[in-house]
Design a binder for this molecule. Structure first.
Ligand SMILES: *[C@@H]1O[C@H](CO)[C@@H](O)[C@H](O)[C@H]1NC(C)=O
Length: 262
């Protein structure tokens, strides 16, 4: 009996040892999924708000790991990748490390157990300084040139997580103009209730929280109701993270593929 208990304890320790790993900046990291809280924003299109989706430890690590790696964001338009006034933020990709793998696991698990890791695009981080924004766009591609199986297919779902919001940040919400606005005051902590009714739903940038939505309709076509914009940051700084799940699964484990310019 006692032996069994010792073995169980040993096995528990072994599991922790296996799950923990060292990141490039020397942190020992144990992947522990937070008890995040989902809240339905819309059923059609499916939009879910996720409270406390990224832990403070994960956010601090990503903030450090991306320091000095930022460059001007490109966009993929129907004419190809380009730098544009439509998107004035900065972006970066960092190599998959234990922290990113842990967040990927969470994002996959949220979508059900059948979604392969290789269908996740490398996680993209974006930074907005004063005046920077991303005008109305969809995450799904309208141009079939970007949705071949080899290119990954189209983007089925999106998570946008708020990783860092400076104390002095103003502006910088995420606006979905086609969503039905909510007027109950209980929503005002996460939604901008000062926005006019015609503007739909604007999520405030709240550190650690994320918005999840479905990009494609049942027939596989892009859903125009999930167009959205990163509103200009007026003061301060915001760092967010995009997690895109694609129809195909070309990103084999290891993350050494060329990162897409999107
Ligand atoms: C980024 O790097 C600079 C210079 O090395 C340092 O002063 C700053 O504290 C770093 N910021 C973060 C968030 O790690």
């Amino acid at each position: 009996m006692r032996t069994a208990r010792y073995l169980a304890a040993l096995f528990g320790l072994l599991q922790i040892a296996l799950a923990s790993d060292t990141t490039a900046d020397g942190d020992t990291f144990v992947c522990q999924h937070p008890p995040y809280r989902p809240q339905l924003i819309s059923t059609s299109p499916l939009v879910v708000y996720l409270h406390d989706f990224i832990t403070p430890e994960e956010r601090a690590h990503l903030h450090r790991a991306t320091n000095g790696t930022w460059r001007r964001s490109a966009i993929t338009s129907n004419t190809g990748g380009a730098r544009s006034a439509v998107r004035t933020s900065q972006s970066t990709y960092i190599p998959r490390d234990p922290v990113l793998a842990c967040i990927e696991d969470r994002a996959l698990h949220f979508q059900g157990e059948a979604v392969p890791r290789a269908s996740l695009e490398p996680l993209q981080l974006v930074r907005y300084a004063p005046g920077e924004r991303y005008s109305f766009h969809s995450d799904w591609f309208g141009n079939p040139a970007y949705t071949s199986p080899a290119a990954g297919g189209n983007r089925v779902t999106s998570f946008f997580a708020y990783l860092y919001v400076s104390e002095d940040m103003t502006g910088g919400g995420t606006n979905f103009p086609m969503l039905e606005p909510k007027r109950d005051a209980a929503w005002c902590r996460i939604l901008d209730c000062d926005d006019v009714y015609e503007n739909g739903v604007t999520f405030r940038a709240v550190e650690g929280n994320a918005v999840f939505w479905q990009n494609l309709r049942e027939d596989g076509t892009g859903d125009p109701r999930v167009i959205h914009a990163g509103l200009p940051v007026v003061t301060g700084e915001k760092i967010g993270m995009n997690t895109w799940t694609r129809e195909a699964a070309p990103w084999t484990d290891g993350g050494d593929q060329a990162y897409p310019e999107v």
